[in-house]
Design a protein around this ligand. Structure first.
Ligand code: ADP
Length: 542
């Protein structure tokens, strides 16, 4: 028997249509490339997103056509986030930190029909322009410079809208957005997000036990809008009507803190390295910024060190860890505490907060190893599998990748994890990063997080290096804080209170900087390449 409810699709058009009626006057603030702030209201945003949808429709956009964006986080990118899907198209965010060659591959693979490009990113675009073939290219002009031949002004595109346009009603399983994985562990693959996935993700993200977002919040989309939906925050903010702050390309810690303070931001999402930079600025200049009370920072992308969580707490900035992937829209689990954990000691609470967390409603998790599904005992390791309404079920046009999914529909994440009796997932490593020493596994993540707890250490990476006797042994690569000193013996001693002797790195290498991926994560791939010719004999002598 069927229920007697209406069959209204969950789509982004429904989110947009709330704006003129319910929160037209709320502000959207964007930092422009010249550092000035652009401000307009939700109603302005609604009208322009609608004009974009109409203009694209007039330009011949067909349902499912891809529109690529090569943009920083700002109002025009937001208009594309909503205007393109509301016209029935698919907004395809391009990662501006990728190499021109890879961008050309991605634009061609996705068959982007139109492109929207920031004028400040034209030098990057020019590097691959002759290798791609979009029908039209629209430039968001922040500066008053001449447009390159063959491109058009984004504002002129909006002017072709005549009004009176009604959004088509997308079916909830229609594609709305697209993002390619950033290729940390292999070739980039495209993920298509449905309207339904984006809406359900936004709802689950906002729940009190997730991130407890309300219209009262001031949200800052600090994670790039070109990667994994900026952790979902733009959709959450627009659905709820929160004041939204978009930081543009000025992403140094001081500029971020200036915006936190001047706009009284209450929630923001970023990877741990960004939060670590923010902490360093707060420590250097305490009292300079006036953060909003009850500030929550969402942190994901790589494991968050406990020391970072503890220290930011002292500055009134509470981090909540999330785990997710491009393939999971991206948030699948989060580390908020359950009611009974509030009675626990401070140390026990931190121990839970640095776990990746429990599954959001409708998201299923399990850990699988050679013996089958692992018990939820917090100790048995295996590969993390996830399943749910905002988990991708395939990659776009990528034959041969079907084995990422099990026959019963679980995504094999490639992460090695445990799940404890409370249902909290803890990631030990990516499968490729685990260190196999004499038949035992060593977690590089645990060692890295412990190392950054040392006052002299700014960043640390631990990689496996082939070893004649033990298969592999850990080597730690460390960046010290400016002006600080520490020796290998000191760091080894520091770790030895928490790790067994066989787990300790055999060597420490000090560098000025570590390699990062296009999304700001430590690039283990690059580190491994750099140390591919490691010689233990030499290391012992140095
Ligand atoms: P890429 O795979 O190219 O880095 P993604 O952003 O999709 O791009 O990365 C997803 C991966 O990031 C996960 O599979 C996991 O390895 C890692 N990750 C994400 N969040 C966390 C977290 N909170 N703790 C540890 N690892 C994380």
């Amino acid at each position: 028997m069927k229920g007697s409810m209406m069959d209204s699709p969950l789509n982004l058009q429904a989110i947009l249509e709330r704006i003129p009626k319910i929160y037209p006057a709320v502000e959207i603030v964007s930092r422009l490339p010249n550092g000035s702030l652009h401000r307009y209201t939700y109603l302005d945003f609604y009208r322009r997103a609608k004009a974009l949808a109409e203009a694209l429709h007039r330009a011949g956009l067909q349902p499912g056509d891809r529109v690529g964006t090569l943009c920083w986080n700002h109002y025009a990118h937001l208009e594309a986030y909503f205007g393109v899907p509301a016209a029935g198209g698919v907004v395809h965010t391009l990662n501006l930190r990728l190499h021109a060659q890879e961008l050309a591959y991605i634009v061609n693979h996705a068959q982007d029909r139109f492109l929207i490009v920031d004028d400040v990113l034209l030098p990057l675009f020019e590097q691959f322009r002759d290798k791609v073939n979009p029908e039209r290219v629209f430039i968001v002009r922040h500066q008053n410079e001449m447009l390159p031949p063959g491109t058009e002004d984004y504002e002129d595109l909006l002017l072709t809208a005549r009004g009176g346009y009604e959004f088509p009603c997308s079916q909830e399983n229609d594609a709305a957005a697209m993002c390619f994985t950033s290729g940390t562990t292999g070739n980039s693959k495209g993920v298509l997000y449905s309207h339904r996935a984006l809406v359900l993700h936004a709802l689950a993200f906002s729940l009190p036990d997730s991130f407890c977002v309300s219209q009262h919040d001031v949200a800052m989309a600090l994670a790039p809008m070109f990667h994994a939906n900026a952790h979902g925050l733009p959709h959450v903010a627009i659905m709820l009507g929160c004041k939204l702050v978009l930081p543009g390309r000025q992403l140094d810690p001081q500029s971020i803190l200036d915006l936190f303070s001047s706009e009284q931001v209450t929630i923001a999402t970023a990877v741990p390295t960004v939060w670590a930079g923010i902490l360093e600025s707060l420590e250097k200049d305490p009292g300079r910024w006036n953060l909003a009370p009850a500030f929550r920072g969402f942190v994901g992308g790589t494991a968050v060190p406990e020391a970072l969580v503890r220290k930011l707490d002292q500055h009134g900035l509470r981090l909540i860890q999330v785990w997710g992937m491009t393939e999971t829209t991206p948030v699948a689990v989060c580390s908020t505490l359950k009611s009974h954990m509030r009675e626990w000691s401070e140390d026990e609470q931190y121990r839970m907060r640095v776990r990746q967390g429990r599954a959001l409603p409708f998201m299923e998790v399990r850990v699988v190893n050679d013996h089958g599904e692992a018990p939820w005992d917090g100790a048995t390791l295996g590969e993390l599998h996830v399943r749910g309404p905002w988990v991708a079920s395939s990659y776009f046009n990528a034959p041969g990748t079907e084995d990422r999914w099990t026959a019963d529909g679980w995504l094999r994440t490639g992460d090695i994890a445990t799940i404890d009796a409370e249902g909290y997932v803890q990631i030990a490593d990516r499968s490729k990063d685990l260190i196999k020493s004499g038949g035992e596994w060593i977690s590089s993540v645990d060692l890295e997080n412990a190392l950054v707890g040392h006052p002299a250490v700014r960043e640390a990476g631990v990689i496996a290096v082939p070893h004649p006797k033990w298969d592999e042994r850990p080597v730690a690569v460390v960046v010290l804080r400016s002006g600080a000193t520490a020796t290998s013996e000191e760091l080894r001693g520091f770790l030895s209170s928490r790790f067994a002797k066989w787990q300790l790195p055999d060597a420490f290498v000090f560098l000025d900087e570590l390699p990062h991926t296009s999304t700001g994560k430590l690039s283990k791939l690059e580190l491994r390449k750099r140390f591919a010719n490691w010689q233990w004999e030499k290391a012992k002598l140095s």
